[in-house]
Design a protein around this ligand. Structure first.
Ligand code: ADP
Ligand code: ZN
Length: 816
């Protein structure tokens, strides 16, 4: 039946299976089965959705199954994205169908449900059944609820089907999302308002009828609901004039406006500074070439990178291609939107996980249809389905938020370089504190290194002062969060009418509750971490799983009820500041205070309008914002990020301190930074103090080289999770044996790979699961990929009988 088809389809099936599958197409679907469309296909006796990746001509399709249906009337992604999806699946070792599903706007994925209808025998049986018997109840439910999804469990129903009483069918349900369709009204083709009016002798019945008709004719197309809200008799008039053949109604798609609240736009600068111009000119030549290039734009904080981005976007649009601008955080993306939208108008889309399903769908389809020149968004904007992508900008490229910590565990910065390569586009990685990896690529010539070493108008970088918080042997530890020096600076700054930002990388009120008798902290019962006190809710909560408990609990180790609060967080800092400076206007920005949608932007907006004096926050406030009136930045405890069990702890600390310092003195007045620390001699803290990226980079690079860490090697982290500690450990040991065994069989190249562990993870229990890890280091990425694919294929033996799950994390970030 399908033997004479001249082509078949290569399809990414949406199931957890590697690889793609070929199908043939029945006559009737040939014109609709295009690349980028979803199709329904039979797969292992199931009906599943898949994505068309390719039409392969010439084959005779013998032995292949046919697709059942094409779901989408138009493609969901353009052809040039396909190789990128395949790279994602291959590099991050994740089934391609699931990669695609995870990046498409939510609400598209289809689910099926079962319905049933009674047969003649079924109807007959129903009459004969005992009243009140369960069988009678089920059969009458089926009779009375045609087309409704069957309630589970379905065993009984299948039994009835066997007996021939009913037939079960599968139906597909579309989850919310998809286009918003509304009724529109417009004048019929060829109808002229003047003629309509003159025919009626200028006499219209209702008083506002003339106004109504003028409104419709003026706008051409108008939402019927809008007319109903403008004119009390609007619906009546719509019907009346449709009946008279003057107007017509149709159904059309409307776009929801996700712009939300936007920060007030900064004015267009009259002209570029010299360093901006030099860099922009280079970028223009890359864009004009139209081939792949990668640039690292290393511009100190406040050097004017945003303007360079704008020039690059403008040039890309000029050559007829589209651009993506990514920021590490949603609020930063919205902030950038506020700068770009007034300049570029409506051909902008915003795309991030803060939008609703419907909003994401709308933005996505605008991109596919070529209605968008620039997409601004967070990590997920990388997959924007633009037909002719010419530019990807990754702002604050060093930020770890580009790493997705759930499957597929990609790094959007690294993947951006790959996508640009595949679509012959330019990628610009921008940062004031480039990641060690990107800077290494810059000096080795893999990326073009563009630098902007000065702040605009040669404004000086802020003066950084260190306050040593250490206490001498035998002295009581200082309980204060705000040192006398910082307090004095705050007072001064408030008196001068300037603004201040205080950074503390811990949220909550008190850090932990310790038992006064045994000294142990109160821990989360699901995760092996201390619980944190939150004053607003007056309870202890876990920052990993959300577990919480009242504070009147006992010590889990010794049962003592006397607990002591120790440490501090942003909530406590805010509280103390309010006591110290009762007149100051203070706000806090962290994951707790910004849980409500739009709250982060509201706080930033208020701060930008100088309606606040002090902004307290976690790393959320360190990112690229530009608040010219901030002249003092305080870092409460620089050491917190050094304590992370991670080889990037030094890098992260340097970046955090430099970024947060970079918020000070961006306007006409000079800025000051005060860093409180217990470890003033640490190289990352010292380099941040003197704004010395080079010295930081040299030291860090040396350490990485010695320890064979990235960028001198590639890492993969294998985490095993299970309900039982013993089984998890056993699986980890078995997997480890298998990996080492494989390497032994590669006598030559096996030595290039180092296997560390297995070891208990640094958080040994998370959300109730025990965790063990194996770390793999390799000089060659492809060799590593090869090994991991073997592991993935052969993992069954190690983990299945034990009920343990394996998580593969390629280029891991935080190994907790
Ligand atoms: P960065 O992102 O590099 O930290 P920004 O792009 O935020 O720095 O720029 C810092 C400030 O300089 C902003 O207030 C911006 O409006 C201003 N600025 C940038 N370029 C120019 C220019 N050519 N002329 C005048 N002001 C500029
Ligand atoms: Zn927990």
């Amino acid at each position: 039946m399908s033997g004479d088809n001249s082509y078949c389809l290569r399809i990414a099936v949406n199931v957890p299976v590697a690889g793609t599958f070929s199908y043939t197409v029945p006559e009737g679907l040939v014109s609709r089965a295009n690349v980028g469309c979803r199709v329904l296909v039979p797969f292992k006796n199931r009906k599943v959705a898949g994505y068309v990746l390719e039409r392969i001509g010439g084959g005779n399709g013998k032995g292949l199954k046919e697709i059942w249906d094409v779901i989408d009337p138009e493609p969901l992604f353009p052809k040039p994205l396909v190789p990128f999806f395949e790279w994602m699946a291959d590099y991050y070792i994740h089934p391609i169908g699931q990669v695609i599903q995870s990046v498409l706007p939510g609400g598209l994925s289809i689910k099926s449900y079962k319905i049933a209808h009674l047969t003649k025998e079924g109807l007959r049986a129903l009459k004969g059944l005992q009243p009140n018997s369960e069988e009678k109840k089920i059969l009458s439910w089926v009779r009375d609820n045609p087309g409704k999804g069957l309630p589970s469990p379905l065993q009984k129903i299948y039994g009835f089907q066997k007996r021939g009483w009913l037939v079960v069918e599968e139906r597909l349900k579309r989850r919310h999302g998809g286009p918003l369709i509304k009724k529109f009204v417009r004048p019929r083709n060829g109808i002229d308002l003047g003629i309509v009016l003159s025919k009626r002798g200028g006499v219209l019945k209702a008083r506002n009828e003339l106004q109504f008709l003028e409104t419709v004719f003026r706008s051409g197309d108008i939402l019927s609901s809008k007319l109903a809200s403008m004119f009390t008799n609007g619906s009546y008039l719509v019907d009346k004039w449709i009946r008279k053949g003057v107007l017509e109604a149709y159904r059309g798609t409307v776009y929801r406006n996700p712009a939300g609240e936007i920060m007030s736009p900064s004015p267009l600068p009259p002209k570029l500074y010299k360093q901006q111009e030099l860099v922009s000119n280079r970028i223009t030549t890359f864009i004009d070439k139209g081939s792949f290039s990668a640039c690292l734009l290393y511009g100190v904080t406040g050097s004017g990178k945003t303007e360079v981005y704008y020039q690059a976007v403008k040039q890309t649009i000029k050559v007829g291609r589209q651009a993506i601008l990514m920021a590490p955080e949603i609020s930063l993306a919205i902030y950038l939107e506020g700068i770009f939208r007034p300049r570029l108008g409506d051909r902008i889309a915003v795309y991030h996980s803060g939008l609703s399903h419907g909003e994401r769908y709308d933005q996505w389809m605008r991109m596919v249809r070529g209605e968008v020149d620039l997409v601004i968004g967070a990590r997920s904007a990388l997959f924007s389905p633009l037909p002719e992508l010419g530019l990807i900008i990754v702002d604050e490229e060093h930020d770890s938020a580009y790493k997705q910590d759930r499957s597929p565990r990609y790094n959007a910065r690294d993947a951006a370089v790959m996508r640009a390569r595949m679509e012959k586009a330019l990628v610009i990685l921008g940062s004031g504190t480039p990641s060690v990896q990107s800077y290494q690529n810059g000096i080795s010539g893999k990326y073009h290194l563009l630098s902007m070493p000065e702040r605009i108008e040669k404004r000086p970088l802020p003066e950084v002062e260190i306050v040593d918080m250490k206490v001498a042997e035998g002295e009581r530890p200082k309980s204060e969060m705000i040192s006398p020096r910082l307090k004095e600076a705050l007072e001064q700054n408030l008196t001068n009418g300037n603004q201040c930002m205080l950074f503390l990388n811990r949220r909550g009120f008190y850090r932990v509750y310790l038992c006064r008798s045994c000294g142990k902290p109160i821990r989360c019962p699901n995760c092996d971490v201390a619980l944190i006190y939150h004053r607003e809710e007056n309870r202890l909560s876990c920052h990993y799983c959300g577990y919480y408990s009242e504070t009147s609990i006992k010590c889990g180790s010794c049962g003592n009820e006397r607990l002591r609060a120790y440490g501090f967080g942003t909530e406590k800092l805010e509280h103390e500041l309010k006591e110290l400076f009762p007149k100051a206007r203070i706000a806090r920005m962290d994951a707790d205070s910004t849980r409500r949608k739009g709250e982060a932007i509201r706080i930033l907006k208020k701060f930008g309008e100088q309606a606040l004096d002090i902004l307290v926050g976690t790393q959320m406030i360190t990112k690229g914002y530009d608040f010219p009136n901030v002249t003092l930045v305080g870092v409460i405890a620089a050491d917190f990020s050094l304590g992370f069990p991670d080889f990037r702890a030094g890098e992260r600390t340097f970046q955090l301190l430099s970024q947060v310092s970079g918020r000070a003195g961006r306007g006409e007045q000079k800025g000051n930074v005060i860093i409180q620390t217990f470890d003033p001699g640490h190289y990352a803290i010292r380099a941040a103090t003197s704004h010395d990226y080079q010295s930081f980079f040299q030291q860090e690079r040396q350490l990485r080289d010695q320890l064979n860490y990235p960028p001198f090697s590639h890492l993969a982290c294998l985490t095993l999770k299970g309900n039982s500690r013993e089984e998890t450990e056993k699986a980890a040991r078995q997997l480890n044996q298998a990996i080492r065994g494989t390497l032994k069989r590669w006598p030559k190249r096996g030595k290039e790979i180092q296997v560390l562990g297995p070891a208990e993870a640094s958080i040994p229990r998370l959300k109730g699961k025990y965790r063990w890890q194996i770390l793999i280091k390799s000089k060659s990425a492809s060799l590593m990929g090869h090994l991991l694919k073997r592991v993935e294929q052969g993992k069954g033996k190690a983990i299945q009988p034990a009920g343990v799950a394996l998580i593969l994390d390629i280029d891991p970030y935080l190994m907790t």
